[in-house]
Design a protein around this ligand. Structure first.
Ligand SMILES: NC(=O)CC[C@H](N)C(=O)O
Length: 206
């Protein structure tokens, strides 16, 4: 039986942790930072923020979280990653550092800083499958894009217009969700609400 409310952790090693904690609270979840394996044990779901994936990778090893998070992902914990968080969920990273690790979980290949060859950051309208309403005002900051998804992964969004039109920027694989952009920075709560619903649904069938 499901008791108590859903607790969503935000991996708090580096990146825009506060913004995700705020967005999750607004989306009616109990949100708390996760820095240690004992804290990971207390959450039902996890958000991996935007930031710098090479730093998050290094600190995840130092804080003893790499293997515990991989295990929780394999065990079905719902996880949402934005930008660097998307990279951390990818099976394969192009233009990464040789010593960079990911948690994996989504069978996809991402290219780091993919848009950044032209511009460091840009904004675009993006429609996400399964989320109603007008296109997202999506903010990309040295963002990755997705170059390949495996059969088990579903493409949820592509860039609509401009030089990067058609590039994949949101993917879901069962309990895992990833976006190349940062909904935590725009005050649009639809992605966080969607993730909280995913996490509640996953817990209901446990
Ligand atoms: N805004 C971001 O999260 C940028 C991601 C960063 N370029 C990385 O490789 O991790």
């Amino acid at each position: 039986m499901v008791t108590g409310d859903l607790v969503v952790g935000v991996l708090a090693l580096q990146g825009d942790v506060r913004e995700h904690l705020h967005a999750l609270a607004e989306a009616d979840a109990l949100a708390r930072p996760v820095r240690r394996p004992e804290e990971l044990d207390t959450v039902d779901a996890l958000v991996i923020p935007g930031g710098e994936s090479t730093t998050i990778s290094k600190l995840a090893v130092e804080f003893g979280l790499l293997e515990p998070i991989r295990k929780r992902i394999a065990g079905g914990m719902p996880v949402y990653g934005s930008c660097a968080g998307m990279i951390m969920l990818a099976a394969e990273v192009l233009d990464g550092r040789a010593d960079q690790h990911t948690f994996g979980g989504i069978d996809m290949t991402v290219r780091r800083n993919a848009f950044g060859r032209q511009v460091d950051s840009f904004e675009a309208g993006v429609s996400i499958d399964g989320i109603d309403g007008p296109p997202f005002h999506a903010v990309f900051i040295r963002a990755p894009w997705v170059e390949r998804v495996g059969d088990d992964a579903t493409v949820l969004a592509r860039v609509d217009e401009g030089p990067a039109a058609g590039r994949i920027v949101a993917v879901r694989q069962r309990h895992l969700l990833a976006t190349a952009f940062h909904p935590e920075l725009t005050g649009d709560l639809r992605v966080h609400r969607h993730f909280v619903e995913m996490a509640r649904a996953a817990r209901a069938v446990d």
